[in-house]
Design a binder for this molecule. Sequence first.
Ligand code: URA
Length: 231
Amino acid sequence: MSEIKKKLTDYFRQQGELYPAEYFFDKMPGILRTPSSVSSENPNFISNFQRLDEEAKNCFACDLAQTRTNVVFGDGNPNTNLLFIGEAPGENEDLQGKAFVGRAGKLLDDLLKEIGLNRSHVYIANIVKCRPPANRQPVPAEVNACIHFLLHQIEFIQPRMIICLGLVAAKALLKLDLPLGRMRSQVFTFQGIDAMVTYHPAAILRNINLMEAAREDFKKIKQIYQENSGS
Ligand code: URA
């Protein structure tokens, strides 16, 4: 590599590390919503969203309430057009009360960064808001007791695109029961909103061979988001 090319590469790498994605060239235009009636800059939106969060924090509708440390409502920016949906909080999330803060969360942050985004650009929620003991999958009764919180979050946020992370989210929200490999790269619809499915970051941690496919999926998510939103 020529000296000048190396200097330029180092410069852009530094800029990418120093500045949040909104100042970097690779962001997705239009990812954050401009103020409107559904915007989180609207005081009614904020108080309604917070009220839903409070309601979740006081929920005892299923047995997970007995073993949780914290309810994990979600994380990120509700004023976004891009909503990611995981399965359920794990140990770290349960302790901190925040979604995707463990190793899987770090991997999700890395995948977001590769398409020029960070948590201030997206919202991240889960199918169930409390940790299932020993990180088992949530059972249908738990999903049924909890899913209304997610449906209300979707109603408030009104994203342009939903990304299901893993089979549990695809099955619970999109009612899809297909192998994940068959769902990747397809665009489904949930209540008129584009929806895509990719690997859960925890599945990638268990099988690092899935990483390349997940990278491709994130690029595809970006491409389809941009095509469908005219940005
Ligand atoms: N896995 C999930 O599905 N959600 C989290 O919040 C953390 C790990």
